[in-house]
Write a protein that binds this ligand. Sequence first.
Ligand SMILES: Cc1cc2nc3c(=O)[nH]c(=O)nc-3n(C[C@H](O)[C@H](O)[C@H](O)COP(=O)(O)OP(=O)(O)OC[C@H]3O[C@@H](n4cnc5c(N)ncnc54)[C@H](O)[C@@H]3O)c2cc1C
Length: 505
Amino acid sequence: MTDVIVVGAGLGGTSTAMFLAMRGVDVLLVERHQGTSPHPRAAGQHPRTMEFLRIGQVADEILAAGHPPSAFRIKVAESLRGKVIHTIVEDFDDVLSHVEQVSPAGWGSATQDQVEPILLNQATKHGATVRFATELVSFEQDADGVTANLLDIASGRAEQVRAKYLVAADGNRSPVRERLGIPRSGFGGLSNHIGIVFDADMSELLPDGEQWLYYLQNPAFTGAYINVNRQDRHIFAIEYHPEKGESFADYPHSRIIELMRIGLDAPDLQPEILWTGPWEMAARIADRWRDGRVFLVGDAAKVTPPTGGLGGNAAVCDGFDLAWKLAAVLTGEAGPGLLDTYEPERKSAAEMVVNESLFNYVQRMAPHLAGPDIPTPVGPIQAVLGVRHTSSAVIPEPNDGSPTMDPFRISGEPGFRAPHVVLPTGESTLDVWGAGWALLAGPDGGWDKVDAGIQYRSLGDQYDRFGVGPEGASLIRPDGIVAWRTTDKADEVTLKNVLRQVLSC
Ligand SMILES: Cc1cc2nc3c(=O)[nH]c(=O)nc-3n(C[C@H](O)[C@H](O)[C@H](O)COP(=O)(O)OP(=O)(O)OC[C@H]3O[C@@H](n4cnc5c(N)ncnc54)[C@H](O)[C@@H]3O)c2cc1C
């Protein structure tokens, strides 16, 4: 029996498979297409994603694949050279230097078609089996596992595989979620767009080496343009209106090119169109992220407008979260109850992501929707680095229940990401918790003598950053979230009890 079958080789599936395989879990990933998607779609990795990719030992490759992120600009304008309505990001260096204070992991700008193969390659290096042109047709689950009915698309051969768990990373339309009858809630469909990937020489219009994202509010159409990080490759989007009887078929290449020439101020543009397709801008979160032995990750669990570039990032973060928890249960380190923490923790993170994206969508593409129904966001940095984790895998302190905290003011409170410091050993805390559960302690409490079977590091004189005093200690989970802290001196029995509690043993 396989440990885990992952369905889908998008960002959700490839990251889940990689993080599972590197923890020694036996993984089979199936994808119905012949390979990963050639569409550049998600073009950025925020620092929380980069922290996880660093743990996956692929961060350098991802950073090298993109533009230097400082060369990133975002504007809302009538056209590339036309009236600018808002400047959203002018100087990304400012954002970068600010965020470097809380996370050393950096900011990637690789595109989805570059990232997925890197994650898959790492997954297979760690022993994952990947089968393309293989579709999950149906599945049944019982008390001991899941029976997956697979179809080899080329040969038409059917096969049954047993696994202990099934991960549905099968995208927005998720056949697995549909089969389980799990409904979704949220704003629902917002608008409809035609996506276009094209090659063209735009060097006269855009400074070399810079990455531009333009939201286009032109009298002729609403849309978006992004130059991806390869010479001459670009993405364009045009909103169309099914509610007025329009369909994708009403946009042949000739009409698309006409609108591109208007939006790009390039009347002579001769694009080589590589791909066109319709997609729906939507905000929907699945009501349940788990059904027995089946888990939803990525767009299967929530879909968010791409305004803000958070959907693909959230898929990777889902994959990391589910992988460390599944691995802990499969190796016997944790009890099955740990898996109950996946949904509450990742669903509240998804709500933050959807709020940010919706706000951006209204500001950048649909100002007519502005109003009290649109949630006020906390800001992207807080939404990804400052989310409170509330579940049985955290022992909370009395708190005001706010779902997020400013990551520049985090103080070591359980449920939040541990502050980043460089330890007296010279290590980044990120690399310590990335290797597994860790106890970080003040120098005077005798915690170095405690053996709880987890890593120990002294905080030296930086104990105040964690709010534990010179004698106390902070217990950090493998995702960098503070699980528990104390200002008391070493107490092995208490620590072991705490570990049993947060691991549901
Ligand atoms: C135009 C656009 C721009 C975007 N820009 C950004 C951005 O800048 N930043 C960002 O973070 N996000 C962005 N996103 C969102 C991001 O692309 C998605 O969130 C991400 O692709 C989700 O990954 P996933 O693995 O959950 O799903 P998907 O990428 O949809 O992958 C699902 C996979 O499952 C496979 N599959 C489905 N059913 C089966 C089956 N039965 N058997 C086998 N295989 C199956 C599919 O073939 C597919 O390959 C954008 C999205 C769009 C549409």
